[in-house]
Each structure stands twice: as structure tokens, then as C-alpha cells.
Design a protein around this ligand. Structure first.
Ligand code: PEP
Ligand code: MN
Length: 341
């Protein structure tokens, strides 16, 4: 149930509703938007209904949320979109986020060189993995703590906030020291203990869609983060498994408008991991921007042919400025501008 308060409701009236919701064993999730204060009552629907909150002081109306995901649903925010503030940079609304960087942190030189190229091209956030989910246990697994240290150095030099993946909750504390956004990879989308842990951390989360996950499963995964009181979640479409074998994954661009219909959370597209091929990254990025994505996460490397992983899909750092200009023009078609610093 969603309890929408009147714009004139006092602090005491809001608190009284929260107390009553909690008195029947339900969780009260308070959300203060620009225009509306809404209390999500998550628990036994019958118990909450019996409180007859429509008549309570300060309450405008009580609306049932029909979807299995509640806090991430459009209904919960009454159509208002979530705009995240990542260290002063906006993600969502009219702001288009350009998240870019190497697949993995390999060396100081490679990391700093890429970060400078991303900054110079007007990138919003810098991505780079210190912990890598690899299909083969024999493949490079990331530099770990040394990688985090290099990301911190890139942030200090360029001012770009950092997006980096967390695979194991035992690394959370160290990742939090550098991450402005924690990435949860496709393979961990349904790692529910990890999701709850990053939810409790309060750090913004970029949640990737699982390789074979439905949109409902993605939104249920987001719910695990939101339920812990962390509202800063962006969803990421990165390609799914289909019967098609001509390319690595099928980038499901229809997911963008549909997710935005179902949820108030920003939607990011990853063309790099979907395609697995550099030449497809530009057309997919243009399409993603034009279809209304709130941003793109893309892989960039100074020397992709020497990259330790995902070389064939990484853009050349010295061509990145031109790429950003073209994607920006496509985003403008959908009414979005690159997030200003
Ligand atoms: C990545 O972004 O580095 C990555 C491994 O992506 P995914 O989890 O989508 O495969
Ligand atoms: Mn990669």
C-alpha cells in the first residue's frame, strides 16, 4: 500500500502514520519527493487495510500497489522520476550520464590515461573493474586492492566519480573507500545477500540485468536494495541470451521504455558487453540514447589490442571525444543533455 500525504501534512501527522503502519508489523518506507510525501507500507496488506488510513489526519489517499515490486514501481513515486546525485553529477531526468572507462584496471598508466580521455570528452563517471567476474577461473580476475588504489588516484586527478564492481561482500568496506557507485554485475543480479548488503551501505548502485533475467526479476532485485533504505539505484540493460548466435548477446532496447514505464529508476544501457565488438558500439549507443536511456556505460582503453580483457569491444581512448559528441546528439533527440558538472 502507498499512503500519499497531503501537501499540507505536518511532520507529526507523517510520523503518526509511520507509527500506525509499524504497529501492525509492516515496514514504513518514507519517501519525500519534491511535491509529495509518500509512505510505502510494506507488509501484510490485510493488516494495513484494517488501519483505515484514508481517514487519518494529513492523509490524502491510500493506493494499493499492484506490482510484486513496490518501492521500484512507478506507482510508488506517483509518476515522479528518480534523479540521482552522484558526487554532484545528475543521473536521470533530463540529464544523460556518460559512464566510461576500461573493462578492468590493468596498470597506473592505462588507468590514468583513460580517465583523462574520459574527463576531456566530458564524461560523467569513470568505470573500471578491480574485481572481475570472469567465465573462466583461469582468466585474469582483476588487480583487487591495488586496482582500487589506482581508481582512487584517477578520481583524485580527474575529479571523476568512480563506478566499480563488487562481487564479494567481504570486499565491501574497501570498495566503499573509493566507489561513488557500486556496480552489481549481471552474474550477481540475483545474489540477494550481496544486494541487501549494498542496500545497507547506502552507496548508489548500478544494477545490471542478468543474462537471462526478465524485467520483473530485475526490478525484484532492485527491490532488495531499495528495501534497505537505499533509493539510489540505476538499472542497466547489458544484453540478454537469445537464440541468436551472430553476436554475443541481444541488446534489448525495448527494455528501456518498458522499464521506464514500470519503474521510476534511471535506466542505463551497456552496448559494450552486449556487442562484444567495437564496430557495433556506436550504432547501439545512438539507438540507446535515442530510445530514451538515462545514460550509457561503455568500455574505453588507450590500446584495446593490448587489453587484458574485452579488448575487441573497447573503444579507442583517442576516438572517445568524437563518440561522445555523436551520442550526445542522439540523446538530445530524446530531450536529454549530458550531465553538467
Ligand atoms: C562489466 O561491466 O565489467 C561486466 C563484467 O559486465 P556484465 O556484468 O554486464 O557482464
Ligand atoms: Mn568488460
Amino acid at each position: 500500500m502507498m499512503i500519499v500525504m497531503k501537501p499540507t501534512a505536518t511532520e507529526q501527522e507523517v510520523q503518526a502514520v509511520v507509527d500506525r503502519v509499524q504497529s501492525v508489523g509492516a515496514r514504513a518506507h518514507l519517501s519525500r519527493g519534491d511535491e509529495l510525501t509518500v509512505i510505502g507500507a510494506i507488509g501484510d496488506r490485510e493488516h494495513v487495510a484494517r488501519l483505515e488510513l484514508d481517514g487519518a489526519a494529513g492523509v490524502d489517499r491510500v493506493v494499493p500497489i499492484s506490482k510484486p515490486y513496490k518501492l521500484s514501481s512507478t506507482q510508488f513515486k506517483h509518476g515522479e522520476r528518480t534523479v540521482l546525485d552522484i558526487a554532484g553529477r545528475k543521473v536521470g531526468g533530463n540529464s544523460f550520464a556518460m559512464i566510461a572507462g576500461p573493462c578492468t584496471v590493468e596498470s597506473r598508466e592505462q588507468t590514468l590515461e583513460t580517465a583523462r580521455a574520459v574527463r576531456d570528452a566530458g564524461g560523467t563517471l569513470f568505470r573500471g573493474g578491480a574485481y572481475k567476474p570472469r567465465t573462466s577461473p583461469y582468466a585474469f580476475q582483476g588487480l583487487g586492492q591495488e586496482g582500487l588504489r589506482l581508481l582512487a588516484e584517477a578520481k583524485a586527478e580527474t575529479g571523476l566519480p568512480i563506478v566499480t564492481e563488487l562481487m564479494d561482500q567481504r570486499d565491501l568496506e574497501q570498495v566503499l573507500e573509493v566507489a561513488d557507485v557500486i556496480q552489481i554485475g549481471a552474474r550477481n543480479m540475483q545474489n540477494y545477500t550481496l544486494l541487501a548488503e549494498v542496500g545497507r551501505s547506502g552507496c548508489p548502485v548500478l544494477l545490471k540485468r542478468g543474462l537471462s533475467a526478465t524485467l520483473e526479476e530485475l526490478l525484484m532485485a532492485a527491490e532488495y536494495v531499495l528495501k534497505e533504505g537505499n533509493e539510489a539505484v540505476m538499472l542497466c540493460e547489458r544484453g540478454i541470451r537469445t537464440f541468436e548466435t551472430a553476436y554475443r548477446f541481444t541488446l534489448d532496447l525495448m527494455a528501456v521504455p518498458v522499464l521506464k514505464e514500470l519503474s521510476h529508476l534511471p535506466v542505463i544501457v551497456d552496448p559494450s558487453h552486449a556487442a562484444g565488438r567495437r564496430d557495433l558500439v556506436m550504432p547501439l549507443s545512438l539507438a540507446a540514447a535515442a530510445v530514451g536511456a538515462d545514460g550509457i556505460i561503455v568500455e574505453v582503453h588507450p590500446h584495446p589490442e593490448q587489453a587484458i580483457c574485452d579488448g575487441p569491444q573497447q573503444l579507442y581512448a583517442d576516438e572517445f571525444g568524437e563518440y561522445v559528441e555523436r551520442v550526445q546528439a542522439a540523446a538530445a533527440v530524446a530531450g536529454k543533455a549530458l550531465a553538467a558538472v
